[in-house]
Design a protein around this ligand. Structure first.
Ligand code: CTP
Length: 392
């Protein structure tokens, strides 16, 4: 999610500084290049060597006396996002007051991009009127605050003021970078392959893993949308994703139709069975009874049900094809969708179960080929396209 991004991590002097090491590691694992500024007080809590080993470059600690002529402006020009974790009351006060007498606050003042701050302090300090004032000022300045949360604090105390967990801070960094361009959107995503019972132990299914739908739901949530993910597959967790687990096409239809009324965008990434056994056997079919005749009937067309809504949401359909994607060209109009994403699931390394995909995207304006890339990257590109299309 952070591939190619430059993240500047500011660590200040609180006991939660030890968790900053894990945050640095998660940022690196997410693809970011990470540089670290450590305040003098933070060096009382965690060694610079730890940060150097995790990020691959020694942390910056001084505004003056280094070989770099102007470390604060150079770092500010380098960074795409700054995250301060943990942020002490003192650092937040200096940020709110614009007091740039240390490297971290000087760099923040020289920086024009998004800044994420994860406060950590004792409850009394967090609730003190001075801190309340500073939080208000920082929020008004456009700083993204994440946490604090209630829980155990330093010295055996308990209460509000604990730093948000590194995963939550990572999410806030991702959201800050994307600018929350889907904030206020309500999105429905169908994902996974449906399972149609033959008898109580067997089903007709397909090879869909749900990974593409999951990536679409997660990227939308990370960009600020409220997402309902109707899925047959294990789902990602995110505070803005509400998961509706389903099994059959009929269950998926009921859940999607309920969620889609009034939503802004519906994405149909699920591989839905077109046919199901008309009369599933109530008890297990026995070998001794010989090969059964299984009569099939049609399942509901979930997409068509949403396309008939008045007003209807912006619609994105998917088409899993074999032997090229040409057959999908007519589905844009046949299905009445705004965007149709087609892939050839027989191409090795993409499609069902894979972590990457290569797709042909059809819109009223024509078609584009998106070469092989991660499903996350495809999902983000799809949302970029939807944002552009909806703003016209
Ligand atoms: N879809 C759906 N409900 C169904 C079947 C499909 O919502 N009962 C959606 C899929 O999630 C997908 C789109 O419709 O977004 C196209 O699915 P596809 O199977 O390619 O469409 P079909 O008309 O079934 O095409 P084909 O003739 O290739 O089977």
């Amino acid at each position: 999610m952070l591939g190619g991004r430059s993240v500047l991590l500011g660590v200040t002097g609180g006991v939660a500084a030890f968790k900053a090491a894990y945050l640095a590691r998660r940022l690196v694992e997410s693809g970011a290049t990470v540089r670290v500024i450590m305040t003098r007080a933070s060096l009382e809590f965690i060694g610079p060597q730890t940060m150097a080993a995790i990020t691959g470059s020694p942390p910056y600690t001084e505004l003056f006396g280094t070989e770099t002529v102007s470390p604060h402006t150079e770092l500010a020009a380098w960074a795409d996002v700054i995250v301060v974790a943990p942020a002490t009351a003192a650092t937040m006060a200096r940020m709110a007051g614009g007091e740039s007498d240390d490297l971290l606050v000087a760099t923040i003042l020289a920086f024009t991009g998004p800044v994420v701050v994860a406060p950590a302090m004792h409850t009394e300090m967090w609730e003190h009127p001075a801190t309340r004032r500073n939080v208000t000022v920082l929020a008004a300045d456009g700083i993204h605050l994440v946490g604090p949360v209630p829980g155990p604090l330093a010295g055996g105390d308990e209460g509000m003021g604990r730093m948000a967990e590194p995963e939550a801070i990572l999410e806030a960094v991702i959201a800050a970078l994307h600018g929350g361009d889907l904030a206020g959107w309500s999105v429905v995503v169908s994902a996974g392959g449906t399972r149609e019972p033959v008898d109580p132990v067997r089903f007709l299914g397909n090879r869909s893993s749900g990974k593409m739908g999951n990536a679409i739901a997660l990227t939308a949530a990370r960009r600020g949308a409220a997402v309902t993910l109707v899925t047959t597959a294990p789902a990602p967790t995110h505070p803005r994703i509400s998961v509706v687990p389903v099994d059959t096409a009929a269950e998926m239809a009921a859940a999607v139709w309920e969620a889609a009324a009034g939503c802004d965008v519906a994405v149909f990434a699920a591989a839905v069975a077109d046919f199901r056994p008309a009369e599933p056997a109530p008890t297990k079919l026995r070998r001794a009874d010989g090969p059964p005749e299984i009569r099939l009937e049609s399942t509901p067309d979930i997409l068509a049900g949403v396309a008939a809504l008045q007003p209807r949401p912006f619609l994105v359909g998917f088409a899993a094809e074999t032997g090229g994607t040409a057959a999908a060209a007519g589905k844009l109009t046949a299905k009445g969708v705004d965007v149709l994403v087609a892939n050839d699931v027989t191409t090795p390394g993409i499609g069902f179960g894979a972590d990457s995909n290569a797709v042909t995207v059809f819109t009223a304006g024509g078609s584009e080929e998106w070469p092989r890339q991660s499903k996350d990257a495809i999902a983000n590109r799809l949302w970029d396209l939807v944002v552009r299309a909806r703003s016209h």
